[in-house]
Design a protein around this ligand. Structure first.
Ligand code: IPE
Ligand code: MG
Length: 228
């Protein structure tokens, strides 16, 4: 979800206004996703590197997340949306206790929902996720719960924040940059990548639909050869 800051600056607004508008885009996309056949959406809301931003912006983003996870909860639940947060939520991590509590409550409240899966990456980094998974696995080995020889891709995946969710079919990055920026490094091994110039606040359901129509023609072979 890139381009919020530039969207705002271009309009003579504070960067936080761009993030506010970006939150609106999240709502729009969540609303249209089921009608497009989407089963899971994962939003990269705040990276483990975003703490380097000015304190005001960090605080503003945290406040937006707090508001989203409290005020939208009933709506999410009534729409049968299952909410999950990927990222470092441990007490040693940088997220404040209050926000971790709000996030965990939101996850719990939607635990029974079996409609659209919505994942938010907050205080998330792909490398950090892999390291936390490796530590957790090593810990289980140390405690005699696992053997090193048990480790395969499926077992390792189960230690990641995404657990046994399917890998993403498609990654869309708005805002014009063509980078992965530490997003779902393990999970997107075979994902289609789409980079668009549109800033996130301007990204619409129609834009998403157009990309899906274009991408559904692409054949993914997962390393195999064409079958004639
Ligand atoms: C949103 O866009 C990403 C978040 C951290 C929420 P940016 O804030 O990176 O916007 P630009 O790249 O400065 O335009
Ligand atoms: Mg950016």
């Amino acid at each position: 979800m890139d381009g919020n800051g530039r969207w705002a600056t271009k309009r003579g607004l504070a960067r936080l206004e761009g993030h506010r508008q970006g939150a609106q885009t999240v709502e729009n996309i969540v609303r249209v996703a089921p009608s497009l056949g989407i089963k899971t959406l994962t939003f990269y809301a705040f990276s483990s590197e975003n703490w380097k931003r000015p304190e005001d912006e960090v605080n503003g983003l945290m406040e937006l997340l707090r508001i989203y996870f409290t005020s939208k909860l009933e709506k999410l639940k009534s729409n049968n949306i299952r909410l999950r947060v990927f990222g470092d939520k441990t007490p040693q991590g940088k997220l404040g206790d209050d926000i971790v509590q709000i996030i965990e409550q939101a996850e719990e409240m939607t635990e029974e929902c079996d409609g659209l899966n919505v994942n938010f990456c907050i205080n998330y980094g792909g490398r950090d996720e892999i390291i936390r998974a490796a530590q957790q696995f090593a810990d289980d080995v140390e405690r005699g719960l696992r053997f090193v020889g048990d480790l395969d891709e499926k077992l390792f995946s189960s230690y990641l924040d995404s657990g046994l969710q399917a890998d993403p079919d498609l990654v869309i990055r708005t805002g014009g940059d063509q980078r992965i920026s530490n997003f779902l490094l393990w999970q997107l091994s075979y994902s289609e990548l789409q980079f668009v110039k549109t800033a996130w606040p301007d990204f619409s359901g129609e834009d998403l639909r157009d990309i899906l129509i274009e991408k559904q023609a692409v054949e993914r072979r997962f390393g195999a050869v064409d079958v004639f």
